[in-house]
Design a protein around this ligand. Structure first.
Ligand code: DQA
Length: 149
């Protein structure tokens, strides 16, 4: 099983950027640890970060189409979440399920962050659990549906 983690603008600065919102731990450090943990369950994590909208779209196309497509994508589009119809269209154009994640609880913040243009294109969203939002998103991609019948 292969899962791609794609991070958008300013997420390279998590750990020093607004620590009262995003905490003190670097995202790279957290994702290193997460990759080692999930590797034990046979999950290979790939990682990409860009501050540029078009580069994020190119990466969604690269990991999301054709024979090399991954099995799932965890996407934190940063502020592009609230502005980018182009990223929403890219998500709709690819095959793997995409889970939207946010470190902070965007719904408890400024009104402009309450709208996600990408949420409707995603399988689901995990919001507000700090860096563990990434771990929970991977768990969501790995979860087998309950059979309640
Ligand atoms: C964020 C929330 C966005 O509103 C913000 O622009 C970010 C980070 C989060 O992970 O909490 O850059 O996506």
């Amino acid at each position: 099983m292969r899962i791609a983690i794609i991070n958008g603008p300013n997420l390279n600065l998590v750990g020093t950027r607004e620590p009262e919102v995003y905490g003190n731990r670097s995202l790279d450090d957290y994702l290193d640890r997460l990759a080692a943990d999930v590797a034990q369950q046979g999950v290979e994590l790939t990682r990409f970060q860009s501050n540029h909208e078009g580069a994020i779209i190119d990466e969604l196309h690269r990991v999301g189409r054709g024979a090399l497509a991954v099995d799932g994508i965890v996407l934190n589009a940063g502020a592009y979440t609230h502005t980018s119809l182009a990223i929403a269209d890219a998500i709709r154009a690819i095959d793997p399920p995409v889970v939207e994640v946010h470190i902070s609880n965007v719904h408890a913040r400024e009104a402009i962050r309450h709208t996600s243009l990408i949420a409707g294109a995603c399988r689901g969203s995990i919001v507000g659990f700090g860096l563990d939002s990434y771990r929970l998103a991977i768990m969501a991609l790995l979860a087998k549906p309950f059979n309640l019948t």
